[in-house]
Design a binder for this molecule. Structure first.
Ligand code: UDP
Length: 237
């Protein structure tokens, strides 16, 4: 079946790596994600990945608890580097050629982020993991996903969550909650749906970069999204 998207920017939250745990990285969960990415790459899709760090450290909450916010955010960015290295390892074990580029320079463990080089890797069919978010405090990895997505001229940003899309209400609490198949950016803002953080959302909207929210825990969902099948919620201009 034909591909709808040839180049994607996949945002994986750090929390998705915890599996059933409450902290850190669950190896089985990580391997499951890597397998989905490997199958999608095998379809010929070019894949950039931004990974979060919330399973290890979240700057906002540490800041709220009295820590210097910028300092806490740098810790959060380093947490994303740990996740990026773990994901790279899992992808390699799944047979995927994969590079990590970091927005903070940590030469011994990852290449620095260089846009042209990242584009070349994508064209060569290598998966590129963008670590350390945007490299700036006061931002999130959602914003890093929007930024790298725009820089890589990705066809779409795919936001992987635990829920298989954006719902009219919390599907766990309200049996009548409906999944939106499609939304416009304006509808998502008007209905206060909180698809991603406001900075990230504004950037995608301005760049006319579609966003799809889908579940990374639903087997085969990532492949269905790139084939343009009914999966998750697609947000467009
Ligand atoms: N962070 C940051 N700048 C960025 C990206 C991330 O300061 O550009 C920090 C911030 O403290 C954030 C943490 O890294 O809380 C982890 O990222 P995020 O919360 O987005 O991860 P996720 O929720 O996806 O696991």
């Amino acid at each position: 079946m034909a591909l709808r998207y040839r180049r994607i920017l996949l945002k994986l939250s750090g929390e998705a790596l915890m599996g059933e745990g409450s902290y850190g990285i669950d190896r089985v969960t990580l391997d499951g994600m890597a397998a989905q990415v490997a199958r999608t790459a095998a379809l010929g899709v070019q894949i950039g990945i931004v990974i979060g760090g919330g399973n290890i450290f979240r700057g906002v909450s540490a800041g709220a608890a009295g820590m210097d916010r910028a300092q806490a955010d740098y810790m959060g960015m380093l947490a994303t580097v740990i996740n990026a290295l773990a994901l790279q390892d899992a992808l390699r074990r799944s047979g995927v050629d994969c590079r990590v580029q970091s927005a903070l320079t940590i030469e011994q463990v990852a290449e620095p982020y260089i846009r042209g080089k990242a584009l070349r890797y994508l064209e060569e069919g290598k998966v590129v993991i963008f670590a350390a978010g945007t490299g700036n405090p006061f931002f999130t990895t959602d914003t890093a996903a929007a930024l790298r997505g725009a820089e890589m001229a990705a066809d779409i940003v795919l936001k992987a969550t635990k829920v298989d899309g954006v719902y009219s209400a919390d599907p766990k609490k309200d049996p009548h909650a409906n999944r939106y198949r499609t939304l416009t950016f304006d509808e998502a803002i008007g209905r206060n749906l909180g698809v991603m953080d406001a900075t990230a959302f504004a950037l995608c909207r301005e760049q006319k970069l579609p966003v799809c929210v889908f579940s990374i825990f639903k087997p085969g969902a990532l492949e269905r999204v790139v084939r343009g099948e009914d999966e998750g919620t697609l947000v467009t201009v």
